[in-house]
Design a protein around this ligand. Structure first.
Ligand SMILES: Cc1cc2nc3c(=O)[nH]c(=O)nc-3n(C[C@H](O)[C@H](O)[C@H](O)COP(=O)(O)OP(=O)(O)OC[C@H]3O[C@@H](n4cnc5c(N)ncnc54)[C@H](O)[C@@H]3O)c2cc1C
Length: 448
């Protein structure tokens, strides 16, 4: 008989893991707190759209979902940087044609993943079912029915917690697993989602094939395209202080702020004031914990194991990579789960920590550095080095976004060494044509 595996959470990561496990022949039950988003109109939670990059695509490809997802994905070639006067400059993400990232609707992606999971007869999805607890000793899950408030218990010898940043499975482990490390750290910034609707009569109001950024040093606004012609706009802004959400208390204050700071975006946001006061202000949290497993009984993946801030667009992508990694460690139909879970944590935890830290750093790059001439010079020199010595020098951003074969921790390590090379090469020059190539070659050789 096929071994049962219970997955808690049918957000983005849970259904993909279910697909992987179903293909291996396990009997998978997915338990989801919310109702079925394919039948009821509910928010998909968190951001409205998100950026899908090579790591996520690689996992989707492995289970045959790449083409389906690409139908709803819009390629973004680079960052379109908008200055305070409304001038724009496209900073490409990479040098090659295929080096693009993709904007996708979270809701549609989630629905596709649910469909894919359900297309396997050995996957059962139960909605409105909130996991309240997991008794690790007894291997017993407790559920609360969200519609009737009834509770029931289910025997579950193997549980995968894909229940997001506020995971109930992690909470159960926190109380039970010895030497369990846990930290959550919030940024002093919140985020607010707003909209640039399509043009009257259809079509995009601003360039669709770019991720737009309005960097304003201590804060920023971004916009990602949606297939029907709109953009989801996100303001990342401090909660308190001189420039902060606490200053934006009235529709007039909101309007004045947006027209002053984002003069080329605000006229495209007819519902600005209403959206601003209707939409919630989201929090930005990094969650780290270890170990990620309790014996061979429970295991955390995705945000439940490592919630990160969105500035490298890697939360979902790293969660999809988790599924791929966990799948690669399951080589039999009755695995030694404790061994699989332990090896999974050893393999992924250093990488999850690396991308968590790089994501926080990238906030400064996005909101501040992108307009700094020295930053722009370093980008150009980095691309020039990559062109001259492909494979030997790959800009850190490219390693994270376009090179899934390079683990995050390795991208972080190589990125730090490359930074030192760029410090030296860019110290006294004003353009990439002035690079001392002999010195560059020596420095690269020393790095190897
Ligand atoms: C503003 C913002 C922008 C982002 N942009 C990007 C981006 O561009 N690219 C990217 O890769 N990532 C991005 N992310 C990160 C991404 O959203 C997360 O990493 C991703 O959603 C994690 O997927 P998950 O399935 O682990 O968790 P979730 O998507 O949070 O899913 C968890 C699921 O578990 C369910 N659940 C929770 N508790 C229980 C319970 N007790 N019982 C049963 N079910 C439960 C929830 O209802 C939910 O369906 C962004 C995040 C934010 C906040």
């Amino acid at each position: 008989m096929a071994q049962p595996v219970h997955i808690i959470g049918a957000g983005l990561v849970g259904p993909l893991m279910a697909v992987y496990l179903a293909r291996k022949g396990f009997d998978v039950t997915l338990h989801e707190r919310r109702s079925d988003m394919r039948k009821t109109k509910i928010s998909a939670g968190r951001s409205i759209n998100l950026a899908l990059t090579a790591r996520g695509i690689q996992a989707l490809d492995e289970v045959g979902l790449r083409d389906t997802v690409m139908k709803i994905a819009i390629p973004m070639k680079g960052r379109m940087v908008h200055d305070a006067q409304g001038n724009c400059d496209l900073q490409p993400y990479g040098q090659k044609e295929h080096e693009v990232i993709y904007a996708a609707s979270r809701g549609l992606l989630n629905q596709m993943l649910l469909d894919a999971a359900e297309s396997h007869k050995n996957v059962h999805i139960v909605f409105n079912r909130r996991c309240a607890d997991y008794d690790i000793d007894k291997g017993l899950l407790t559920f609360a029915d969200e519609t009737s408030a009834k509770e029931d218990k289910v025997e579950a010898p193997v549980v995968i917690g894909a229940d997001g940043a506020w995971s109930a499975i992690r909470k159960a482990m926190l109380g039970k697993v010895g030497n369990f490390n846990y930290s959550q750290s919030f940024l002093d910034y919140g985020y607010k989602e707003l909209t640039i609707p399509p043009k009257d009569g259809g079509g995009f109001r601003i360039e669709p094939n770019a991720l737009h950024i309005w960097p304003r040093h201590s804060y920023m606004m971004i916009a990602l395209p949606n297939t029907e012609g709109s953009f989801t706009v996100t303001l990342f802004y401090p909660y308190e202080g001189k420039n902060s959400f606490e200053q934006l208390k009235t529709p007039a204050a909101v309007k004045e702020f947006f027209f002053r700071e984002f003069p080329d975006a605000a006229p495209h946001m007819p519902e600005l004031e209403q959206d601003f006061f209707t939409n919630p202000t989201g929090a930005l949290v990094t969650v780290k914990c270890s170990p990620w497993h309790a014996d061979g009984k429970a295991m955390l993946i995705g945000d439940a194991a490592h919630a990160i801030v969105p500035f490298f667009a890697q939360g979902m992508n790293s969660g999809f990579e988790d599924c791929r990694a966990l799948n690669s460690l399951i080589v039999s139909s009755s695995p030694d789960w404790e061994d699989v879970f332990r090896r999974f944590g050893q393999m992924r935890k250093p990488n999850a920590d690396a991308i968590a830290d790089m994501a926080v750093e990238n906030f400064i790059e996005m909101r501040d550095s992108v307009t700094n001439p020295q930053f722009i010079l370093r980008k150009k020199v980095g691309f020039a080095l990559e062109k001259r010595w492909p494979g030997k020098f790959i800009p850190r951003y490219s390693m994270v976004i376009f090179h899934p074969e390079i683990p995050y921790a390795e991208a972080q390590r190589r990125g730090a060494l490359q930074d030192r090379i760029l410090d030296k090469l860019c110290a006294n020059i004003s353009g990439p044509e002035q690079v001392d190539w002999a010195e560059a070659e020596t420095l690269l050789r020393q790095m190897a």
